[in-house]
Design a protein around this ligand. Structure first.
Ligand SMILES: C[S@@+](CC[C@H](N)C(=O)[O-])C[C@H]1O[C@@H](n2cnc3c(N)ncnc32)[C@H](O)[C@@H]1O
Length: 225
């Protein structure tokens, strides 16, 4: 049974997970949320001309496609790694209305390619954007044998702690810390106190940043020296 498409307040689509009963994005707007958190406070914070990104939860692919066009415009090479346990059907992805927000001629082709390339190996979406989609549960995976490089930015986009509390606790978050380079950072919409305390215990330096519409604060967690 496919996940159901639901329109959010900025007019962009999201999905309702059949399995978890959760919306994939903020009901205040998927597009504005993704852009604020993962582009403006994610890739846009780097000065590098080549960057390694890891995303928890590929889902609709919205963060990946926004990153693709941001990087293309800025001339940044991207090695994008992502994990997804319950892939969205290609047909469902094609029905999402992100083409109303991403006015790029190549959108349909690139978005379909991101969803249809093989899992569990690195695939070329373009000369400057490589995509490695891991099909697994983040709790189970050993990243050392898969991701052979260190990550600059983790886009942490799991369902909320109320739905999947274990994804916001030490065992999984320690994996994110281990993946990151020194001075690399994790960015996420979640600003829950217990989550931020866990990040600090692991060794992250935690910063609260202004959130997108409908959310006061988001969290940046930097891997310090
Ligand atoms: C908040 S949604 C992701 C939103 C996604 N970044 C997007 O822009 O559409 C969370 C995602 O995590 C995936 N997920 C849930 N549990 C998981 C697990 N244990 N391991 C990996 N992925 C998981 C879900 O299927 C869903 O796609």
């Amino acid at each position: 049974m496919p996940n159901q498409i639901k329109k959010t307040n900025d007019g962009s689509d999201s999905l309702v997970s059949k399995q978890f009963g959760e919306l994939y994005h903020s009901h205040h707007g998927s597009f504005q949320e993704a852009k604020h958190i993962f582009i403006n406070n994610g890739i846009a914070k780097t000065q590098q001309n080549e960057i390694n990104i890891f995303e928890m939860g590929f889902g609709t692919g919205l963060n990946a496609i926004l990153t693709y066009y941001y990087a293309k415009q800025k001339g940044i090479k991207v090695n994008y790694y992502t994990i997804e346990a319950y892939p969205v059907l290609l047909q469902t992805a094609k029905e999402l209305n992100y083409n109303n927000f991403i006015k790029e001629e190549t959108y349909s082709e690139v978005f379909a390619k991101m969803h249809s390339v093989a899992w569990n190996s690195q695939q070329e979406i373009s000369e400057s954007f490589k995509l490695y989609k891991i099909k697994n549960e983040i709790e189970k995976i050993k990243f050392e044998s898969i991701i052979k490089t260190k990550i600059d930015i983790v886009y942490y986009d799991a369902f909320a702690p109320t739905a999947q509390s274990n994804l916001w606790e030490t065992p999984v978050l320690q994996k994110m810390y281990n993946l990151l380079k020194q001075n690399g950072f994790l960015i996420t919409y979640c600003a829950k106190g217990s989550f931020k305390r866990t990040l600090k215990t692991i060794g992250f330096k935690v910063n609260g940043l202004p959130g997108p519409i409908g959310k006061r604060e988001i969290t940046q967690a930097v891997k310090g020296l």
